[in-house]
Design a protein around this ligand. Structure first.
Ligand code: ZN
Length: 453
């Protein structure tokens, strides 16, 4: 008990120290960035950069997938889809710049073709750029592989063209239009090493709602999960109108913005633990209904293993016996199972027919059951009626030879009342005789109680 308390105290101390260190490490860069943000000493800033390897975590965003980005509590990643569209994308860029916030943009290929300068502006501002297909079809969940491939590849090619083909500037991140996920696009994107980004909370800014409603939904949904990926669109006027308030509220409520970039040869992924990729990782102190998943074993070879010999199964040797057993046993005991000679026996195709007496009920058991039923009958009838009732039963048995054969000869006990003699069945085998001989005491006891004097 005391040991448990001490362990708890130690754990709590560790948690407090850990939280203090965490706060220190997360807050310091943000404070520094906010201070460095030109013209805005109260800027939200970007607290840290998270480097992810798409091949290790091919699908993220709890709106659709089990995993999401490995964010700490009150960390948010901003994402903007469907641009670049100069009229609104440039305003979004200006708002983000005023807060010194970095985000991820998922561009549409056809938009990039019309506005390549807009793509270059995103890169120049230090944001991450992924892609969002070539034509934004909302049917990717029904497309055959060839069409999926064309939409994905063309979207990447169009955006790359705006960047003069510099692949290092384009992140292998993809958001499926309308979040119309399906196995074919997901499998194709995974095969290309491209990470599928769903989201953790949308703000419904593509619907015909007011900027106030966009703001409310964004904040309410972030507050419900406390961390995650926010899905917005940089082509919507309501988003432009709501964004400054969203960022201010996040700062006031202690949220921090995380900038996500892909891992490269010279930029390794941020070290994380597998449970960090879950929105609510199970802890040891919280009961969970999620059973551990059964791993998918991949059999890389069909080589057969050598069959064990019987000596391998001889577990009852001195080495595996504990001290107590060793003291009791003294010497190693030869194992009783499996018997080596079993393997040497020729296989038997038929078994002998069992003798009829194998199925006989031992007489002593029969008498015991009979006596018990009579005692019950006597109790039910009362003490006065017990004797005549037992005599009636005895007389009835006398009329039925089968029952009489199971009764004990009363003469053997000096109680000659005309009770039927024990008649051995004609086909009684040695086994049956053995049973009868083995239980004389039980039979006598049962017989003594069966017939009242
Ligand atoms: Zn979209």
């Amino acid at each position: 008990m005391i040991a448990n308390v001490l362990v708890m105290i130690r754990k709590r101390s560790r948690t407090v120290i850990g939280a203090a260190l965490l706060g220190c490490c997360f807050m310091t860069p943000q404070a520094a960035l906010a201070a460095d943000c030109p013209g805005n000493p109260n800027a939200l800033g970007t607290s840290r950069t998270l480097v992810v390897d798409p091949r290790e975590h091919p699908r993220i965003g709890t709106m659709q997938y089990p995993e999401t980005l490995p964010l700490a509590d009150h960390e948010v990643v901003l994402t903007f889809d469907d641009g670049p569209l100069p009229k609104y994308s440039n305003q979004v860029l200006a708002i983000l710049a005023s807060q010194c916030v970095k985000a991820t943009f998922f561009t549409i290929g056809s938009q990039a073709r019309f506005n390549p300068e807009g793509v270059r502006k995103l890169i120049a501002a230090g944001h991450t750029v992924g892609t969002h297909s070539q034509n934004h079809p909302l049917t990717m969940n029904k497309m055959p592989l060839e069409k999926v491939r064309q939409e994905v590849d063309d979207g990447i090619a169009s955006t790359l063209a705006a960047l003069n083909g510099d692949k290092s500037k384009l992140a292998p991140f993809f958001r499926i239009p309308g979040l119309m996920r399906a196995e074919i696009p997901e499998a194709y994107l995974a095969s290309q090493g491209i990470q599928v980004w769903s989201a953790d909370f949308p703000a419904d800014d593509w619907r015909h709602i007011s900027p106030q409603r966009v703001y409310d939904l964004a904040i309410q949904r972030i507050e419900a999960k406390h961390k995650g990926i926010l899905l917005l669109h940089d082509i919507q006027p309501r988003t432009v109108a709501a964004l400054p308030r969203i960022l201010n509220t996040l700062r006031e409520r202690g949220y921090r913005i995380v900038h996500v970039v892909p891992a490269t040869a010279d930029r390794p992924a941020t070290p994380t633990q597998p449970q960090q990729w879950f929105m609510h990782p199970p802890t040891e102190t919280v009961a969970t209904t999620r059973w551990p998943r059964i791993p998918n074993f991949v059999f890389t070879a069909t080589r057969t293993l050598p069959a064990p010999v019987f000596a391998d199964l001889d577990w009852r040797d001195a080495d595996v016996l504990d001290h107590a057993q060793r003291a009791r046993v003294g010497v190693p005991v030869r194992t009783l199972w499996p018997q080596p000679q079993v393997a040497q026996l020729a296989p038997v195709s038929t078994l002998p027919i069992p003798a009829a007496d194998v199925f006989r009920v031992p007489e002593a058991l029969d008498l015991t059951l009979l006596a018990a039923s009579r005692r019950l009958a006597q109790r039910a009838a009362g003490p006065a009626a017990g004797a005549p009732r037992a005599q009636a039963i005895s007389a009835r048995q006398a009329r039925h030879p089968k029952q009489a054969a199971h009764q004990i000869p009363a003469a053997a006990h000096g109680r000659g009342r005309g009770a039927p003699l024990h008649v051995a069945p004609p086909a009684a085998s040695n086994a049956a005789v053995h049973v009868a001989k083995r239980t004389p005491r039980a039979e006598a006891s049962a017989a003594g109680k069966r017939v009242p004097d």
